[in-house]
Design a protein around this ligand. Structure first.
Ligand code: S3P
Length: 427
């Protein structure tokens, strides 16, 4: 079924929307809970399609999971381990589900096949499979790189591994495999991606040796069930933050958002562009949580460096939209990972901005946008990618005339109430 949403330009943008739970933290809480000894309680877990994919795969692997309203209970399998599923595990659209589960399954004495939707079946999995194979897992991929893939796990050996890509999915998969290996696994290289795994594992009673250059994981540690309070997702909040920064007169307050520094690159870049954004810590468990206030201000383009990319990887489509409404040039480099997300996001940004009458100079690993640009409402191809559908809905708010977002239902991957919230904030 193809769902189309029509977005009209808006001069008004105000409110205090409730931001759904963080997607990365929700996945991790489910997976760590499944491996732990005891019952894990996850409060305010994201009710999005990606997280449902993780929960469903875990249930097929023998994990009991119950839900009542905003809380999930996960009955961990502990020492008993996971069981052979009786059918293929479908990770849907979720790269995090597939890659994190690969790390888990590599260390379990079972055999199974993982697949996903057309987008996920085009995304590279060898980046996780190669190190897991070095540790002793048996993995067969389609065309040596893609899902469907089959995995037979068992006795793993610790390795020293240098991460070449700053990806929290790869890092987490290897930490999870390291926990069920013999010996101590040491990860070096590009380890400075989002650090929810490192923080949450400590709540589950796992000790990792962390410093700025390496992560050491001693195999054989037991996870102990705990309670996880999931904060609001800063990558979801980013849509409203972007809208509030480009609609004159806008005002927005967001409560209970994860203000983990490894996720706040987008806010830091907006502040450099001149945005009036205040971040105030309101509680500090293992994840820092806070309030974000934003009042619209004129913005100017800046240069975003490669080393900043991991902290705003999911917000780059939005940054392109914001750049069209700023004065001067915004330039991004080192963002080639965007080509292997739910869609080729660099291509999707270029095609859709140009369709709206905007101009963008593309490079293999980024782009350059000269502001200020007048955008025209048009038909937007979401490429079934949630972040593209939502980013161009924000562009639609400052365009002339209505914009149609095609296949807009993909927003449900991370934000099922996105379009109804958008309507409330612009009323
Ligand atoms: C995620 C890591 C990032 C991010 C994705 C969620 C995670 O992917 O883009 O939305 O939860 O670990 P990469 O690890 O591929 O950078």
């Amino acid at each position: 079924m193809s769902v189309k949403e029509t977005i009209y330009p808006s001069r008004r943008f105000r409110g205090t929307p409730i931001i759904p739970g963080d997607k990365s933290i929700s996945h991790r809480a489910l997976i760590f809970g499944a491996l732990a000894d005891g019952k894990t309680e996850i409060v305010d877990i994201l009710d999005g399609a990606d997280v449902k994919s993780t929960a469903q795969c875990l249930q097929q692997l023998g994990v009991r999971i119950t839900r009542s309203e905003n809380t999930m209970l996960v009955y961990g399998t502990g020492d008993h381990g996971l069981v052979n599923p009786d059918s293929i595990l479908d990770c849907g659209n979720s790269g995090t589900t597939m890659r994190l589960l690969m790390g888990v399954l590599a260390g379990q004495k079972i055999q199974c096949t993982l697949t996903g939707d057309a987008s996920l079946r085009r995304r590279p999995m060898n980046r996780v499979a190669d190190p897991l194979t070095q540790m002793g897992a048996h993995i067969r991929m389609t065309e040596g790189e893609f899902a469907p893939l089959s995995i037979a796990g068992g006795s793993l050996q610790a390795i020293n591994y240098e991460l070449k890509i700053a990806s929290a999915q790869i890092k987490t998969a290897l930490i999870l495999a390291g926990l069920s290996s013999q010996g101590t696994t040491c990860l070096t290289g590009e380890i400075s991606s989002r650090d929810h795994t490192e923080k949450m594992l400590s709540d589950f009673g796992v000790h990792l040796t962390l410093n700025s250059k390496s992560i050491e994981i001693r195999g054989g540690q037991t996870l102990r069930a705990c309670k996880v309070q999931v904060p609001g997702d800063p990558s979801t909040a980013a849509f409203w933050i972007a809208a509030a920064s480009i609609i004159p007169g806008a005002q927005l307050v967001l409560e209970n958002i994860s203000i983990n520094p490894s996720r706040l690159g987008f806010l830091r870049v907006l502040q450099r562009m001149g945005a009036d954004i205040q971040v105030e810590a309101t509680s500090e468990q293992s994840e820092p949580v806070g309030r974000i206030r934003i009042t619209s201000q004129p913005l100017k383009g800046v240069r975003v460096l490669k080393k900043e990319i991991p902290s705003l990887i999911d917000e780059i489509p939005l940054l392109a939209v914001v750049a069209t409404q700023s004065i001067g040039t915004l330039e991004i480099e080192g963002a080639e990972e965007l080509r292997v997300k739910e869609s080729d996001r660099l291509e999707a940004i270029a095609t859709n901005l140009r369709a709206m009458g905007g101009a963008i100079e593309m490079r293999q690993d980024g782009f350059r946008i000269e502001g200020f640009q007048k955008l025209q409402g048009t038909k937007i191809e979401s490429y079934h990618d949630h972040r593209i559908a939502m980013a161009f809905s924000i562009a639609a708010l400052v365009a002339q005339g209505p914009t149609e977002i095609l296949n807009a239902d993909c927003a449900g991957v991370s934000y099922p109430d996105f379009f109804s919230t958008l309507r409330k904030l612009t009323q």
